[in-house]
Design a protein around this ligand. Structure first.
Ligand code: ADP
Ligand code: C5P
Length: 244
């Protein structure tokens, strides 16, 4: 199982190399559905593993002066609001064992603060969380497991009103206006259609302890296979035979 050449003369990746890559989990779902809560619970239960969380929010485009002046007309829920090329390159680096600097997004100033950026080190598990992480096929292809957090729209709206007024200092009228103009249509047009790509759908988000326990068990099993294949690369032969 060394690196070898195909008939076309292209080198193929050895099984050992393939299994050195981290286990990438995507967590999508509507805004305020409980994605961050679910990720935190998974990370907490995987306490003995090296896990990092990457938020899609960190890849929001910075707004121009013109867009900032009319920020209430800006659609933060559209796929074009994100710099997906940058997200892809950061994820690729992490997957290949390089540390990356990820900006901290500030919801109050609408700015991605590159300084100080968050240094993210390569890890055994990388969790990528965000409303639209299943939208771009190139991002989906990076994922070994896809989770969709499915929470009723009224619960999401209620949580959003509380969060945006209390934590982001916005007024209720602005929150409701943004919800009806952008958040709800984008959920229907771009987020909900990506549910079909999920391997696992979690109803009720962080309240669903059974689902989170099962997910953590599955990740542990997969990480065990990674570790075995790192130590005994030839095990891949046995493993792949069973898969077939
Ligand atoms: P997302 O990452 O999908 O936007 P969060 O996990 O940040 O969602 O949750 C959004 C808000 O709802 C937060 O203020 C959080 O504290 C609250 N929240 C999340 N899950 C629950 C829950 N199960 N019960 C009550 N409040 C919750
Ligand atoms: O954390 P969560 O998944 O809820 O973040 C996504 C939401 O943040 C989107 O629904 C978007 O409308 C909102 N957002 C915002 N203001 C910004 C950036 C994003 O209200 N400056």
């Amino acid at each position: 199982l060394e690196t070898r050449n195909t008939e076309m003369g292209q080198p193929t990746t050895s099984a050992a190399d393939m299994f050195k890559q981290p286990f990438v989990i995507g967590v999508a779902g509507g805004a305020a559905s409980g994605k961050t809560t679910v990720c935190d619970m998974i990370i907490q239960q995987l306490h003995d593993q090296r896990v990092v969380l990457v938020n899609q929010d960190s890849f929001y485009h910075n707004l121009t002066e013109e867009e900032l002046a009319r920020v209430h007309e800006y659609n933060f829920d559209h796929p074009d609001a994100f710099d997906t090329v940058k997200l892809l390159s950061s994820m690729e680096k992490l997957r290949h064992g390089q540390a990356v600097d990820i900006p901290n997004y500030d919801f109050k100033s609408y700015k991605n603060n590159v300084f100080p950026a968050r240094r993210v080190n390569p890890s055994d598990v990388i969790i990528l969380e965000g409303i639209l992480v299943f939208h771009d096929p190139r991002v989906r292809e990076l994922m070994n497991m896809k989770i969709f957090v499915d929470t009723d729209a009224d619960v999401r709206l209620a949580r959003r009103i509380r969060r945006d007024t209390v934590e982001k200092g916005r007024d209720i009228a602005t929150v409701l206006d943004q919800y009806s103009k952008f958040v709800k249509p984008a959920f229907d047009d771009f987020i909900l259609p990506t549910k079909k790509y999920a391997d696992i759908i979690i109803p009720r988000g962080g309240d669903n302890h059974v689902a989170i326990d099962l997910i953590v068990q599955h990740i542990r099993t997969k990480l065990g296979q990674h570790d075995l294949c790192k130590i005994y690369p030839n095990l891949y032969v046995i493993h792949s035979t069973f898969q077939i």
